[in-house]
Design a protein around this ligand. Structure first.
Ligand code: NCD
Length: 346
């Protein structure tokens, strides 16, 4: 694995290796106190974050490494108009790995073209968020051993929720998984995500109450206000789903309730006292699984190479206005008739 941009960068055996490493770290964190000694991680956050940035930084510090970066691009040369290309070339000369969060879809893929060290996608617009998926799967596997045969409901803003997109892509790999998509019609998954789960048994509903009794895992998400072009549409849809102790009466006794966080109002705080609510534990485990990811990227020895693609010859702007190609010239890459950055159909 050179970069971790998408779940597809990880094979299933690599996932299980990573999971085993995560369990080892969790069992004896002190044994890993110097595992990344002398290494440096750059965290470039062009969008707000609490858990993802802190858990990466804490992970690196706990491995004995160092961290630098920004949490507000206005404090860097981005403010002066520096391109993602130039920032990536430059920062990859200083760090051993780069964690990038960006409002543009495909930004991490773009950065990886110019980086001489591994780039980790910490969220690219409403597209993907594969390290949150590592956290989600690690939590489920720790509680249940695997995802095989589980009935998983994902609820909320499935259109803009990047954690949902990456999670669905990953779940399609586990045999016997059944998916229930719970959302208003206006917030259903994009067509490229529908492609990820082709062949997986999937039902769709807009009703959380009727879906809940059959679920083993319920993955709640917030309605992503910042991704709506029209604030009236956000106001129409906010508050559609609120998980309450009353709703949970019909749920299985061993249900696992997850949420990538931050929560707005979609899980009532009373649910925090229900032993089935695992979202804070999920956030805690996120640091350990990121420790495992950093170690495997460092071990893969992919740092220090100069990437092939240096010049954005023949740059083209994708049909998706949210794509990173709208911001700066990038090499015109396609994959199966889709934009290789944001996966929009071209
Ligand atoms: C998510 C994100 O940023 O996409 N948060 C996270 O990384 N834990 C979910 C969200 O913002 O709703």
């Amino acid at each position: 694995m050179n970069h971790f941009i998408d779940w597809e960068d990880l094979t299933t055996p690599q996932w299980w290796d990573l999971y085993r490493r995560f369990e080892e770290i969790l069992a004896a964190p002190d044994d890993f106190r110097s595992a990344a000694k002398g290494r440096t991680l750059a965290t470039l956050f062009y969008e707000p974050s609490t858990r993802t940035r802190f858990s990466f930084e804490a992970a690196m510090l706990r491995l004995g490494g160092g961290v630098f970066g920004f949490s507000d691009p206005a404090s860097s040369s981005v403010k002066k108009g520096e391109t993602l290309r130039d920032t990536s070339i430059m920062v990859s000369g200083y760090a051993d790995a780069v964690v990038l969060r960006h409002p543009r879809e495909g930004a991490a893929k773009a950065a990886s073209l110019y980086s001489r060290v591994p780039v980790i996608n910490a969220g690219d617009g409403g597209h993907l968020h594969p390290t949150q998926t590592l956290t989600d799967l690690a939590t489920i596997c720790r509680l249940r051993g695997s995802l095989d045969g589980l009935s998983v409901g994902v609820c909320g803003d499935l259109k803009h929720g990047r954690t949902v997109h990456s999670l669905l892509r990953a779940m399609a790999r586990f045999p016997g998984v059944k998916i229930t998509l719970i959302c208003p019609r206006a917030l259903t998954i994009p067509d490229y995500v529908r492609d990820y789960i082709k062949g997986v048994p999937c039902t769709e509903s807009d009703n959380l109450d009727t879906a809940i009794p059959r679920l083993d895992v319920l993955y709640m998400t917030r309605i992503q206000r910042e991704r709506f072009a029209d604030p009236r549409e956000y106001n129409r849809l906010r508050g559609t789903y609120v998980l309450t102790p009353g709703k949970l009466k019909r749920a299985k006794k061993d249900l696992i309730i997850l949420h990538p966080l931050p929560r707005v109002d979609e899980i009532a705080t009373e649910v925090d006292d229900d032993p089935r609510g695992k979202y804070f534990e999920q956030a805690r485990l996120g640091m350990y699984v990121r420790m495992a990811l950093l170690l495997s990227l460092f071990e893969s020895g992919s740092e220090g190479y100069w990437p092939d693609v240096k010049h954005p010859d023949g740059a083209r702007v994708c049909v998706n206005a949210g794509c990173v190609t709208a911001d700066e010239p990038l090499p015109p890459l396609t994959r199966d008739d889709r934009c290789a950055y944001c996966e929009s159909l071209l």
